[in-house]
Write a protein that binds this ligand. Structure first.
Ligand code: FAD
Length: 405
């Protein structure tokens, strides 16, 4: 019997695992992908939905036609439990048995238990939620006579990219003067002493200077202790009035992951070996944002970024294929990659520990990466139809090898 491989989540990690497995194992595996949504969202561009530069549907990839063309089963459902001993994934509607499992369900928003944050702050993990934030901001700044105070909680990557988008939105709405006169304010609140904790000082200096120079007020070393409908409280005892609060405070593992009988790090993220399976079960893999990956070469947790999720997907697919065929699995050795950060349409930063560059070209580079991703995955069903129509199994195989995915 072919191994039954179930993949939970069709984000960057899950979808790439499914497609890689299919091209490696062809019909020698029954692959099923489960996702609560019927589309994948290109999350690195989600902040541009807020400013209205992209519409949600422009960064969404429909899963049913893509997986159908690749002959991979798709179940649109919510996973809420995995019975690791009986080897079953439980969704709201069914229990799916597996021989190999790949957990690729990403991360959830973290509110740090701050009272009122979940009720009153705008958090987002989907393009639709980002779109709603954009509409709220536009509605707020429509009336120039009313003072508007937009607060952003969190000065990490998401927070600063949103600040950049809000600056673009404000200037495109013709409200740049209101920002200068302080009738409209954008404030970025970060608990740590610097923005972008974890980045090099050079990146921190540049980003702080750039945002402050464009009128964003930076409140560093200020932890939020409570959120109310129209104000928030800081650890210093200070109260900040607000028109709206956009929450980018951080991420945490989804709640149901904490109930799994699989090894986890103290902060709840799943633990994996360098082969990317659980140390407790070599048929259960976990990849992408839901894991905390460390290794002798990477003693610090690997950043949770899309390109690492894609690499992990390819390694886990290869290891499942090797294991099913009785070969030795390979280790995952992530290369250090530079981080691309956008600060609105006019400025971006590309940086690693040893490299730093900035300019509008970084924003264009990020856009190119998005376009390539969308094109490759969206074109796949049509490319499959084309190659299926070509006579001759070898020739069809050759054509598929030449395809980008
Ligand atoms: C605002 C923002 C900006 C970012 N910018 C960048 C960037 O510039 N560069 C970069 O490299 N990375 C960036 N990232 C990070 C990047 O998007 C993630 O690292 C990447 O999405 C992780 O892939 P994943 O497959 O692990 O998770 P995801 O892409 O989040 O996919 C998880 C999938 O699992 C599904 N799912 C979750 N739980 C369940 C369940 N219980 N049942 C069924 N389905 C479920 C979800 O619907 C989703 O489709 C950004 C992220 C955000 C939020």
């Amino acid at each position: 019997m072919h191994p039954r491989i179930v993949i939970v989540g069709a984000g960057f990690a899950g979808l790439e695992t499914a497609l890689s497995l299919k091209s490696l194992m062809k019909r020698a595996a029954d692959i099923t992908v489960i996702d609560r949504n019927d589309h994948q969202s290109f999350l690195p561009s989600i902040h541009e939905v807020i400013s209205g530069k992209v519409r949600p549907d422009q960064i969404e990839i429909a899963l049913p036609p893509l997986l159908d063309a690749a002959r991979i089963a798709f179940v649109q459902d919510e996973v809420h439990e995995i019975d690791t001993s009986r080897r079953k994934v439980h969704t709201a509607l069914a229990a799916l048995p597996f021989d190999y499992l790949v957990i690729a369900c990403g991360a959830a928003v973290r509110f740090y238990g701050v009272p009122g944050a979940r009720e009153f702050a705008y958090a987002f993990r989907t393009p639709e939620q980002a779109d709603r934030i954009g509409s709220e901001v536009r509605a707020l700044i429509e009336d120039p006579r009313r003072p508007v105070r937009i607060l952003i909680a969190g000065g990490g990557l998401e927070g600063i990219e949103i600040a950049g988008e809000l600056l673009d939105l404000v200037s495109e709405a013709g409200q740049a003067e209101a920002l200068e006169s302080r009738a409209l304010s954008i404030e970025l609140i970060e608990a740590a002493a610097r923005l972008l904790p974890g980045c090099s000082e050079r990146v921190q200096d540049f980003v702080e200077e750039y945002l402050a120079g464009r009128g964003v007020q930076l409140l560093k070393g200020s932890a939020i202790t409570e959120v109310r409908k129209d104000a928030l409280l800081l650890a210093s005892g200070e109260t900040r009035e607000m028109s709206m609060l956009i929450w980018t405070g951080g991420i945490q593992p989804p709640e149901w992951i904490r109930n799994l009988s699989l090894a986890r790090h103290p902060d709840g993220w799943l633990q994996v070996t360098d082969r990317l399976h659980s140390p407790d079960d070599d048929h259960i893999y976990a990849i992408g944002d839901v894991i905390s990956f460390t290794s002798p070469e990477h003693p610090q947790t690997l950043p949770r970024e899309a390109h690492y999720a894609l690499d992990q997907a390819r390694v886990s697919a290869l290891n499942i294929c090797y294991d099913a065929r009785g070969y030795r699995k390979i280790g995952y050795h992530p290369p250090t990659k530079p981080q691309a950060i956008s600060l609105g349409k006019a400025m971006g930063v590309l940086a690693s520990d040893t490299f730093f560059s900035n300019g509008p070209w970084v924003v264009r580079l990020k856009k190119l990466v998005e376009k390539r991703h969308m094109l490759m995955y969206r074109a796949r069903p049509y490319l499959s139809t084309l190659t299926d129509a070509v006579p001759g199994a070898e020739f069809r195989h050759l054509l598929r090898l030449l395809m980008p995915i």
